[in-house]
Design a protein around this ligand. Sequence first.
Ligand code: GLA
Length: 405
Amino acid sequence: MDNNQYLMISAYGSYFAEIPHYFVTAPGRVNLIGEHTDYNDGFVLPIAIDRRTYATARPMYGDLVKAKSVGFDDMEEFNIREDLKKRDRWVDYLMGVVDEMKKDSYNLNGFWALFRSDVPIGSGLSSSAALEVASGLLIASLFEHDIDRLELAKIARRAEQNFVGVNCGIMDQMATLLCAEDNALFIDCRDQSYKQVPVAFEDAGFMVVDTKVKRELDNSAYNERRSQCEAAVAAIAGKKKSVAALRDADIKDLEGIAGDVDEVIIKRARHIISENDRVLKAVKMLEAKDAGGFGSLMYESHESLQHDYQVSCDELDRVVEIARKTDGVLGARMTGAGFGGCAVALVKKGREQAFADAVGAAFAPPESEDTETDKKNEQDQPPLPEVFSVKPVEGASVQKLDIKS
Ligand code: GLA
C-alpha cells in the first residue's frame, strides 16, 4: 500500500468510521500541443502527470450519498434518486457524473466517499476531469458496472457539459483515463480514436510553469470561442459543402470568406486550422525524437493562441518570452483553456534549474531599500509562479481494497 492510499484509508476511517472498499486515482494532464482543437473535431496530444485526484468509498444501504473532500469544509449529502441540482461547489462534478450515469440507466445506490486532490484547481491541468473521472470509476466499481474507458470519458464529459455548464471537448477526460506511462496520447477528436506516442527525447524533458493566475471569465470566454468557430464553419460550409468542422477546412478557405465575416472569426479559424497542422507535425517530431523541432512548434502554437485565438494572458506571455531567452529551453506555450493557469516548456537536461531561476527572477517583486516596506509588499504580492518537471504517467487506476477491521 503506498503512502497516499494509506492516508486516504485512515482519513476515511476518521470521517466515516467505516472501511472503504475501493481506491481510485485519476491524474491531471498537460496538453503538449493542440489547444482548443478538440471541440473542432481536431487533434490533441496530452500527457497525464503525477498530480492526482484520489478517491475511496464504500457502498451503503439506502439512497444517501455522503461525500467529503479533504480541503473543503462541508460534508456534502444528496439522495441518489432525487433530481440533482448544481450547488456551485466541488461536489457538482460528482453529482454531474451520477446524473449522467442515471440517464444511462446504470443501477446506483447510496455510498460514502472521500476525495483528495493535488491537481491545482483552475490551472489548466484538468483538475475537473480528474475529479469527474475519479467519481465515475469509483461509482462503476462500487456497483459493479463494467464500463469501457472511452465510454466513461464520454459520461464524464457530459457531466461537465450538462451539469457544470462548460461546453468542453473530450481531450481532458480521455487523457485522464487513457494516457500511458512514458507516452503522449494522440487523439483524433472526430472519432475519438487514439494512439500512444512514446516521449523519448534523448536530452530534453517537459516542465510546467504554474503562473498561479486563476482562470477568470473562463466559461463564458470558452463558450464564446466555441461559437466563433461555429460561425467560421457556417461561413465556409456555405461555399464548400464538405466542411463540417474546422478540422475539414484549410487556410485557403479563409480567403473565400474574408469579406463575409468579422476579422475576429477569421483569426479564430486560422488558429484552429494551423494548430491541427502543428499537432500532426509534432507527432512526427516526437516519433523522430526531434526535440528542437517539437519545441519550435510549441512556440508557434503559443503565438497563434496569443494573437489569433486570444486566450493567453500577460503572465503566460512573459513565461514564454523568458523561455525564448533562456539557453537550453527549446520551446514553450500556454496549455489548457488559457486566461491564466500553466505554461509547458521543453527544456534540455541540466537546464531545468536555470529555467526555473529565470522565471523566479522575472516574477520576483522589485526590492526596495526599506525592509519593512519589502515585508508589506510581499504580503500584497500575488503568489510567485511554481516551476516543476513532469513525466508522462499512467492514466486512472482502480483498486479493490481488502482491509480487515
Ligand atoms: C479545456 C477543455 C478541453 C479543451 C481545452 C483547450 O481544458 O476542457 O476540452 O478544449 O480546454 O484545449
